[in-house]
Write a protein that binds this ligand. Structure first.
Ligand SMILES: Cc1ncc(COP(=O)(O)O)c(C=O)c1O
Length: 389
């Protein structure tokens, strides 16, 4: 028998699994994988439990329960002033990753090109390739984290069908402004390019700025899919709950794929989320403050007198540190040494980049208890004074 030919020959163990495993082996503090160290709201947990006791345990309608889609549409209106039709424009998915996969399968045909902006969340490229598409990465400027407008412009051609953007950005913490969306629109308005906007950190934006969504742009809205995750919003990444918003014609195609991918999503969690969201309008608007305090605690405790350079973070729950003053090792090597010798796990930025340039950047997740953050900063101080290649 012929050996099975891999559809994704370049894919190995994800860096997130690797660093979390290493953190466990080394009993290191784990600021690598992006998950909160705190519980979801207890009333939400209780609402899900009650939904199960009340018998809400069977298949829900394919695109999600009407209650949850209506709750999502209401939030979208209250927080972002977007009108989204819950019947025809919202699809609940088992996490944003499955939502991204579904949307990419619906939008990409064999031979189509899709542009991603790296560093990029690791599911974009495999999903494009599994749809038979060609993934073309262009790269943020890794010195000042500016958006690569010239490279994006140069990468667009008649085969381009899709651009995927991410705001607030994992791992760089940069955000797209309304002017950026204008600029993107000007680039593609005379093409049939669609845009997936990964906005899973939409409620985590700092320093008085507000989240600018692709759905706010009148020109882009008709060609956009917005991706969201309840995991990020309700400290519940393990529940794998998310949703897609797109105009009815795109949603129709998304749902055709979704019907055969999962058909529907965990029932009781949908009922619980709808109930909690309707009763707690204050939750999402409180997140930016909550995480800004975490960011500031981490960065202020680190201070300006270490060998690390703190890169600016406008949103998401990740801080990026440049260790170029300390070591000539690649970020992958340096991250491993820091985990094994100093017991602090992070994620090397080159893990998010296809071409693997040698960066000197590590990502730290600050969605952690204050005590964990302060202990991590103590370790960073130690590395700063004690480490030599
Ligand atoms: C940019 C980005 N998109 C999507 C996801 C996936 O979200 P989910 O856990 O809901 O699949 C993540 C999770 O880390 C992310 O950082």
């Amino acid at each position: 028998m012929q050996p099975l030919q891999s559809k994704l020959p370049w894919v190995g163990e994800s860096i997130f699994s690797k660093m979390s495993r290493m953190a466990l082996e080394e009993q290191a503090l784990n600021l690598s994988q992006g998950f909160p160290e705190f519980q979801p709201p207890s009333e939400l947990i209780e609402a899900i439990h009650q939904a199960s006791l009340m018998g809400k345990n069977q298949y829900t309608p394919m695109p999600g329960t009407p209650e949850l889609r209506e709750a999502i549409a209401l939030k979208e209106l209250q927080i972002h002033q977007h009108t989204v039709n819950p019947q025809t424009e919202i699809t609940v998915t088992p996490g944003a990753t499955a939502g991204l996969y579904t949307a990419i399968q619906a939008l990409i045909h064999p031979g189509d090109e899709a542009i991603i902006i790296e560093p990029a969340y690791d599911s974009y490229r495999p999903a494009i390739e599994l749809a038979g598409g060609v993934c073309l990465p262009v790269q943020y400027n890794l010195t000042d984290f500016s958006f690569p407008w010239d490279d994006l412009t140069a990468a667009i051609n008649e085969k381009t069908r899709l651009i995927i953007i991410n705001t607030p950005h994992n791992p760089l913490g940069v955000i797209f402004s309304a002017a950026d969306f204008d600029r993107l629109y000007q680039l593609i308005e005379n093409t049939s390019i669609r845009v997936i906007s990964d906005e899973v950190y939409e409620h985590i934006v700092f320093d008085g700025q507000t989240h600018s969504s692709i759905l706010s742009h009148p020109g882009l809205k008709s060609r956009a899919v917005k991706v969201s995750s309840f995991g990020k919003t309700f400290h519940s990444t393990g529940w794998k709950m998310g949703y897609l918003m797109a105009p009815a014609d795109i949603t129709q195609e998304i749902r055709k794929v979704f019907q055969f991918l999962a058909f529907s999503v965990h029932s009781t969690t949908q009922f619980g989320l709808a109930q909690y969201m309707n009763a707690h309008a204050e939750w999402e608007p409180s997140l930016s403050d909550f995480y800004q305090k975490k960011r500031d605690l981490f960065i202020d405790a680190l201070g300006n007198n270490t060998a690390f350079k703190v890169m600016p973070c406008q949103g998401s729950y990740f801080a990026v540190l440049n260790y170029g003053n300390l070591s000539n090792l690649s970020d992958q090597e340096f991250a491993e040494i820091v985990t094994r010798q100093f017991k602090l796990a992070s994620i090397p930025i080159n893990a998010f980049i296809t071409e693997q340039p040698v960066t000197k950047l590590l990502r730290f997740c600050f969605a952690k208890n204050d005590d964990t953050l302060l202990k991590s900063v103590e370790i960073l101080h130690r590395i700063s004074t004690q480490y030599h290649d």
